[in-house]
Design a protein around this ligand. Structure first.
Ligand SMILES: [Zn+2]
Length: 406
């Protein structure tokens, strides 16, 4: 980084752990909340904009975001049915075959870019932590976690190199209890999907570090049992609705937490079945279940970070990395504003106090933080981006729809 200085955002709605502050000072870390600017700060009047912690997307397959949504039936009964239906057809599809030939680094980059443009600064990638994820990925990717794909892909290929999905119980046992363990479970609406929770319980794998991805077939009455075990849910309503016409009993899951902190995160899954990005997913979630904007905000910030065991992510506290997303005040509360925000509305995304994409009006933040901006457009809206990111986008053989760098 070049010479850089602290920034004060004033006249803002900064969402903190306990309330909403009017200002925040930061360099690479959050320096103070609610304090006036100090001499030497670059002072930015945000005109009432909302400053949220960088969003957390608790489930994606980063290399699968450039194919578009794929299905050949209106409704499936089980994700295994979708997988068996889609796999053989893809082998004969020229466009898909071409899209598969891009290097893994490039495919992963598009997945990271999808998340960044939607204000996501941390993502949980479901598959191995590929070495390619260490290179040229502009957002934080969860590094320490356990995973298995699902019961139905235990011995069948699931990863980018055809790695098997892994033995669920074996992988769970190999995961230290302080790390999260992710598994697709009960992803369907048939009897087979409904039997997966009892199967996971019988194996002794429902514990506080277990993150059940999907859980569509889990009955409302089963959630108190899961809550007692301390396990969590990664909820992907857009994907569920696309494949099955319904989603998890998330209201029951929330109510089952019985006053304690709900262990539920909202996530996109990949664009093979999911929404375009986490901002669109928030609207899919609103349409799919009775959840409040504040519950949804927690599901993409503090609760998601708790599920990922990332205590410094998903919250704005003094001393934590300055990972922010700034959005316009589109609703009466910060959470209501968030669920109305699309990626073209996002005013700024920062990681470690480093602006990566933002509105042209926020050019002084780039200057203050020593980042050289370049003009681009996102969904026909002018945006500045870090010039290194622009070079990366320009050099990527896969185009992200709606993003233009000249
Ligand atoms: Zn998934």
């Amino acid at each position: 980084m070049l010479w850089s200085r602290a920034v004060s955002f004033v006249n803002a709605h900064v969402v903190t752990d306990s309330d909403v502050a009017e200002s925040v000072r930061f360099s690479s870390r959050v320096l103070s909340l609610g304090d006036p600017p100090r001499g030497g700060d670059t002072v930015i009047d945000l005109q009432g904009a909302v400053v949220l912690p960088g969003l957390v997307n608790a489930h994606d397959h980063l290399e699968l975001n450039h194919y578009g949504r794929i299905k050949f039936r209106e409704r499936y009964q089980n994700a295994s049915e979708w997988s068996q239906d889609v796999e053989p057809r893809l082998a004969g599809d020229q466009a898909i075959a071409r899209a598969r030939t891009h290097p893994l680094t490039e495919r992963l980059f598009i997945g990271a870019l999808k998340n960044l443009l939607a204000g996501v600064t941390m993502v949980a990638h479901h598959n191995p932590f590929y070495p390619e994820l260490r290179r040229t990925i502009p957002i934080r990717v969860l590094r320490r976690y356990g995973w298995a794909h699902s019961f139905y892909l235990e011995r069948r290929p699931s990863g980018a190199y055809g790695e098997p999905g892994g033995d669920v119980a074996g992988r769970w046992r190999a995961t230290p209890p302080e790390l999260p363990f992710f598994v697709h479970l009960a992803e369907g609406v048939d009897v087979e999907a409904h039997r997966e929770l009892p199967r996971l319980e019988a194996l002794g794998c429902v514990a506080p570090n277990t993150a059940i991805v999907h859980g569509v077939a889990i009955d409302g009455g089963e959630w108190p049992r899961i809550a007692r075990r301390g396990a969590g849910l990664v909820w992907c309503p857009a994907s569920n609705t696309f494949l099955f016409g319904r989603t998890a009993a998330v209201r029951d899951a929330l109510d089952a937490s019985n006053g304690s902190r709900a262990r539920i995160a909202l996530a996109t899954d990949s664009r093979l079945t999911g929404s375009r990005d986490l901002l669109d997913e928030l609207r899919a979630a609103r349409a799919a279940a009775t959840v409040t904007p504040d519950e949804l905000l927690r599901m993409v910030t503090s609760d998601a970070a708790a599920l990922l065991r990332q205590p410094r992510a998903g919250r704005t506290v003094v001393g934590a990395p300055a990972d922010f997303v700034v959005i316009p005040p589109l609703g009466p509360t910060p959470a209501a504003s968030l669920i109305r925000t699309t990626r073209k509305d996002v005013q700024l995304v920062m990681i470690d106090g480093r602006p990566l994409v933002g509105d042209p009006a926020l050019a002084p933040v780039f200057k203050a933080r020593g980042v050289t901006p370049r003009a681009t457009t996102v969904d026909a809206t002018p945006k500045l981006m870090d010039s290194a990111l622009v070079r990366r986008i320009a050099g990527c053989p896969i185009a992200e729809p709606g993003v233009a760098v000249s």
